[in-house]
Design a protein around this ligand. Structure first.
Ligand code: ZN
Length: 475
């Protein structure tokens, strides 16, 4: 398996350093509101990466954190009149519900920053001991960027000629949890207690305060994955300053390579523009569900572009995703029919990963293995399905193909036949006619069943029998 590495700017093979588990860490959500579809694009790409690592027998250990203490969570919990814990728990649950809706696998570990304050304080202590941090007049502790010469390698700061802006301890350090790409400055490891923090402070050797945002990912990834691990990921916007700061504060302490591979997902555009609330093109998952899009259509649309290409998310894209899934379902339905299986059997088939690698869909697998190329994988899947649609198959052949498809769907995290047709779409009288026809059919009253089918047709609907019952489709 190979993947593009932001640090070396090259596609690199993936191997676990310890030969047992592939250890990966993804920067998770900051829980003060619903995650938007841009966040979910990143989390979905990471979900597929974790699934593909599993298929490739690399035994992933996937950690994704919950950021529950930083400027926004504190301010908004106070505005809501809730404790930080109560406020962020609500949004954490909301996030988990969204992840389940999108059929994302639960990470093996999901540490919260507030539950790792001690680990963060210890890390600040070590940085102070080694001379990489200092306490400023405001009581906060800052990382001294000049004390770590490799700073900026990941985002190529030297090439952006920003190096000269790096402040020394005499300059103005940066207290904000996040800041834009134009300013490089000493960043806060420990923020001294301020009135606007409310009750959200902890005791430390440097007085009362709270950790800076960048620190948690170093402390938690080290705790769950070790000083040095296989892959670190996140959205491209985290490359600088967040990931640069993580590298600096960790490697300054351990002297080891923090992460061997850096994996970033390019952000999406909506209708060709950067998503923003003011532009009116800002969507959460639930906005799209309310519009009637099924979770799998949304998942498919969000994974449809290569992770290194900008995805332009549009309503046309959702329609395209819908028809792609319907096409897949049609081919699979025929296979199920030949194999004399029901729809739900697809979910229950054993996951045979070697069958995916070597069988009819090996082209799709190769695309996933080579830099996680989802569009090429689905493209190869459709060309293969087209051939399969035209072939005469025995029951055994259909069964083998279904087994391979089940493994490929698992790798992509797609579930078929899950879209709930909107009940309001089918008029009551048509539903009634369809019920009557189904009854007539079961009573083997073929003449009545045919008459009812014609009446349904006259209302503009087609009734189709399936192994599990019947479906109504608008004509
Ligand atoms: Zn992080």
């Amino acid at each position: 398996m190979r993947l593009f590495d932001t640090m070396t700017r090259a596609v690199q093979p993936l191997q676990s350093a310890d030969g047992r588990k592939y250890r990966l860490y993804c920067c998770g959500p900051t829980v003060y509101g619903p995650a938007h579809i841009g966040n979910f694009r990143t989390f979905l790409v990471n979900d597929i990466l974790r699934r593909v690592l599993e298929v490739a027998d690399l035994n992933p250990l996937y950690v994704r954190n919950i950021t529950d203490v930083e400027d926004n969570t504190i301010r908004q919990s106070l505005e809501a009149g809730l404790s930080l814990e109560a406020f962020t728990s609500q949004w954490t649950n909301y996030f988990h519900e969204d992840c389940n809706t999108l059929n994302m696998l639960t990470p093996h570990e999901e540490p919260k920053a507030t539950q790792h304050i001690e680990e963060q304080i210890n890390l600040v202590g070590k940085l102070m001991e080694k001379g990489h941090a200092y306490q400023a007049a405001d009581g906060s502790v800052y990382f001294k960027v000049d004390s770590y010469p490799p700073y900026g390698r990941l985002s190529r700061l030297d090439q952006r000629e920003l190096r000269s802006q790096v402040s020394t301890s005499g300059g103005a350090p940066n207290l904000a949890d996040n800041y834009d790409r134009s300013s490089v400055a000493d960043f806060a490891l420990w923020k001294s207690r301020k009135p606007e923090d409310g009750d959200n402070w902890w005791e430390s050797s440097w007085g009362q305060g709270r950790p800076g945002w960048h620190l948690e990912c170093s402390a938690m990834s080290m705790k769950y994955l070790g000083d040095s691990f296989d892959l670190h990921s996140g959205g491209e916007d985290l490359c600088f300053p967040h990931h640069e700061n993580e590298i600096a504060q960790t490697e300054a302490v351990t002297g080891k390579t923090f992460a061997h591979h850096w994996f970033h997902t390019i952000h999406l555009l909506v209708d060709g523009k950067k998503m923003s609330k003011s532009a009116g093109n800002y969507f959460t998952l639930r906005d799209l569900l309310e519009e009637g899009w099924s979770p799998m259509v949304i998942r498919y649309a969000l994974i449809s572009a290569h992770y290194r290409q900008q995805l332009n998310f549009t309503k046309n894209g959702l329609h395209a995703a819908q028809s792609a899934l319907q096409k897949m379902e049609k081919s699979v339905l025929r296979l199920l029919d030949i194999a004399e299986r029901r729809k739900q059997d697809l979910e229950e088939l054993p996951l045979d990963f070697p069958a995916l690698m070597k069988g009819s869909f090996s082209g799709s697998w190769k695309a996933l293995e080579e830099d996680l190329n989802v569009p090429e994988a689905t493209g190869a899947m459709f060309s293969r399905l087209k051939e399969i649609d035209r072939s005469d198959l025995s029951m055994e052949q259909a069964d083998t193909i279904l087994l391979e498809i089940a493994a490929l769907l698992y790798a992509l995290g797609l579930k078929l036949f899950t879209a709930q047709p909107k009940p309001a779409d089918v008029p009551e009288e048509v539903k009634l006619l369809a019920e009557q026809r189904w009854k007539a059919k079961n009573e083997k009253d073929w003449a009545a069943a045919d008459t009812l089918r014609d009446r349904i047709k006259a209302e503009g609907w087609a009734v189709k029998d399936t192994r599990d019952g019947y479906e109504l489709e608008a004509l």
